[in-house]
Design a protein around this ligand. Structure first.
Ligand SMILES: NC(=O)c1ccc[n+]([C@@H]2O[C@H](COP(=O)([O-])OP(=O)(O)OC[C@H]3O[C@@H](n4cnc5c(N)ncnc54)[C@H](O)[C@@H]3O)[C@@H](O)[C@H]2O)c1
Length: 379
């Protein structure tokens, strides 16, 4: 079998990790044939958490400093876009314009005009886009989806999520920001995809309204963004999501928590609260015999199907699951990837509207999407 030819643009911490994952864990079906970064040091020299430079980790890849040159000179089946969080769309569009498939990390776009251009580019292309929403792949989120699909939660009407990044002046936070301007500049609520993506898996409606407020910056000299953003999203039928996102903070708690209130049950995944309180997943249901009381589910980050797979790694195996599902869909010739561009925009655009609401001191905004008849690239 001919291997899937992968090219990667962006060799920051994330791009290096994902390219290595493809090379190490998917050698049976894929190979990295090209890598690109405007900073050649990231290719030639050993970086943080590496034993050797990327040029030795990816022996089959040709390195480019110029992205267009990589696309035009190298035969690539799937381009992995791992540039900063606010600069994905133009890279994806260039690849789609050349009928290549794309794996785009999240958030999908940085503004409404990009959403419009990316949506149109995919529709005009023979290529298709896979959204790199790894939190959608966590085992405890699969458990939530299963409870929902079996009707054990009823209809969700109120949900909560928080993504609290606790790092403050740690070695990790310093290393992560060396090459990553987006980590200092991006308004926290724009990085809402890790929180909304999993919850949107159990919602048929798109989010339609938002109000958001930010705290301003009280203590982080290194950053120009709010220390914390709090948003409320709502669908047309009134389903409401509360979301908390931060820049840095001193909490020292686990990052990702979710709560779902349904008409027949309740689900929660609470991330760790210090060493004494590890992460826990619990639920209760009116409709499952024996689950009338609060019940612990043995679901962790790793999806069940990968528990005994030694190659499954990256964010508790979610990175592996993402790539596995994408390569499988590619080899099957599926018409769409399992996390489509539409799903990416459903979880990304609410953050863009929320930032605008925050700039307008919490004004309630109506959100539209490229597939809506009243879609507009103006707020
Ligand atoms: N899903 C996750 O769990 C997760 C985790 C971390 C980061 N991310 C995402 O991964 C992406 C990358 O994150 P990061 O922290 O590695 O970012 P980063 O800013 O450190 O790295 C981006 C790289 O892109 C390169 N680049 C920028 N413009 C370029 C151009 N025109 N041509 C070639 N290279 C160019 C930069 O030189 C840099 O090395 C972001 O979108 C982020 O949101 C996702």
């Amino acid at each position: 079998m001919e291997k899937i030819r992968v090219g990667v643009v962006g060799l920051g911490h994330r791009g290096r990790h994902m390219a290595r994952l493809v090379q190490d864990a998917f050698d049976h079906c894929a190979t990295v044939v090209a890598a690109c970064d405007s900073d050649p040091v990231l290719w030639h020299e050993t970086q943080w958490l590496q034993q050797k430079p990327m040029k030795e980790i990816l022996p089959n890849a040709v390195f480019y400093e110029n992205y267009i040159e990589m696309l035009d000179h190298c035969k690539i089946d799937i381009v992995m876009v791992e540039t900063g969080a606010d600069v994905h769309a133009s890279f994806c569009i260039e690849a789609l314009n050349r009928n290549m498939d794309v794996f785009s990390d999240i958030p999908s776009v940085a503004n409404l005009k990009e959403a419009d251009a990316l949506w149109k580019a995919e529709q005009a292309s023979k290529g298709k886009l896979m959204t790199g929403a790894n939190p959608n792949e966590w085992g405890f989120i699969n458990a939530l989806v299963d409870l929902y699909q079996k009707g054990l939660l009823g209809k969700p009407y109120y949900m909560e999520a928080e993504y609290i990044h606790s790092s403050l002046n740690t070695v990790e936070s310093k290393e992560l920001t060396v090459h990553s301007p987006w980590r200092k500049l991006l308004c926290p609520i724009r990085y809402c995809t890790h929180s909304l993506g999993p919850l949107l898996r159990i919602m048929e409606e798109d989010l339609r309204y938002v109000v958001c407020m930010g705290t301003g910056n009280h203590f982080d000299d290194d950053s120009q963004k709010d220390n914390m953003s709090a948003a409320l999203f709502q669908t047309e039928s009134g389903v409401t999501i509360r979301l908390l996102r931060n820049g840095k903070c001193r909490a020292g708690i686990g990052s990702h928590s979710y709560r779902v209130f349904g008409t027949k049950g309740y689900y929660e995944r609470l991330d760790s609260r210090g060493a004494q309180y590890p992460a826990v997943t619990r639920f209760r249901s009116d409709d499952l015999y024996g689950a009338h009381d609060f019940t612990i589910l043995p679901s962790g980050m790793m999806a069940n199907e990968y528990i005994y797979n030694p190659k499954a790694s990256g964010h508790g195996g979610a990175d592996y699951a993402l790539m596995d599902h994408m390569f499988t869909a590619y080899l099957n010739g599926d018409a769409e990837y399992p996390i489509s561009l539409r799903e990416g925009l459903r979880m990304t655009l609410p953050g863009i509207f929320a930032e605008e609401s925050s700039k307008r001191k919490g004004e309630r905004l109506r959100m539209t999407y490229p597939w809506d008849s009243d879609w507009s690239t103006e707020f």
